[in-house]
Ligand binder design. Sequence first.
Ligand SMILES: Cc1ncc(COP(=O)(O)O)c(C=O)c1O
Length: 442
Amino acid sequence: MNDISDRRNRPDLDAFWMPFTANRQFKAEPRLLVGAKGMYYRTEDGREIIDGAAGLWCVNAGHGREEIAAAVGQQLLTLDYAPSFQMGHPLAFDFATALAKLAPAGLDRVFFTNSGSESVDTALKIALAYHRARGEGQRTRLIGREKGYHGVGFGGISVGGLVNNRRAFLTLPGADHLRHTHDPERNAFSRGQPAHGAERAEDLERLIALHGAETIAAVIVEPVAGSAGVLPPPVGYLERLRALCTKHGILLIFDEVITGFGRLGAPFASQVFGVTPDLMTTAKGLTNGTFPMGAVFASRGVHDAMMQGPQNAMELFHGYTYSGHPAACAAGLATLEIYRREALLSRATELGPAWEAAIHGLRDCPHVIDIRNLGLMAAIELSPRPDAPGARGYEVLVGALKAGALVRTTGDTIALSPPLIVSAAEIEHLVAILRAVLRALP
Ligand SMILES: Cc1ncc(COP(=O)(O)O)c(C=O)c1O
């Protein structure tokens, strides 16, 4: 990038300790975005880059939406901040009501947070508090899944299953894991949900046999694992997990931080799969990525079980200074209106076949060992270079950027999730760039 960058306007890069970034590598060869509109970012050297990642799985309605900017600006001048502890403001109630209408039937109680990580930790805490309120305070174990990503809080990394996010840190003692469902030997190049692997939901029975159902509070999974490299659930898997949780009185949490708000062709993945969890975590597309905000959806049963005790007692000792922030709610309401007006939450269903055909068209490119897709998500897995795992993935990230596309890579897997406004022609454009980049890989 150095040769094509205009260093005169570049900021001093030293002070910002960048998250989930190889800081020294980045600062030696920075990649700076300075503007965005619709499907495109603009780089510091003035090039247009198609957004193949919706930013970071969040800008579902595309960039630079004026209605959101106007709503936030207006709100900051009307009521810039109001506490949500023992006080309220109308917009938080309006936004929660609008979200409850979109939610899967029954999940109509909404707790606001500021991020996906906070949504996850909030849901885990609600699960523990729920069991305690019902006299089952011994249910303290939390079950996640290998390869799961649930953000970076201590709760989230404890149920998460990506080793690099865990090994340097403390994790909660009560956490355990189901096996992941990645099974390339049987499922490589599946289109949509893979056929094999529903039996891995039976791992929950094994953990129950090991620990005792009466010690387990909740199971949390991403309906489609995102950060691990887009792993759609095997046919029948989520249904089986739901049945086992119900049978044993364990709460089922779907982490829909990525899959929420239209990524799979319905507002939420649980509606696509016809499986309803007890708690659902969201963030990202909630405000189209414009404002840091998350929301946890709780079933009426979970919520009502907590609404006990004296009227003047707080039911849940949990919340954030910015829970239900007025400007975030304004951004969220404006976002929902765009989703409704432009029918974006079902767009992945219409575009799905064209997306699937285009992505699987990369099958013959060098190093490709698997391609997976569902809704407007996809992953292209490359064989790692034997002496340098992850190097090919990084080369694709840098090569695609040079060629005009932002994609996301984890290890040697390329993950794609364009804004839901993407056109068929833009899908072809994105895939053509990837094809050229893959063909040029050493
Ligand atoms: C499934 C899932 N849960 C939680 C998170 C964490 O969200 P945040 O980065 O907003 O804390 C992410 C982020 O990518 C995610 O994909």
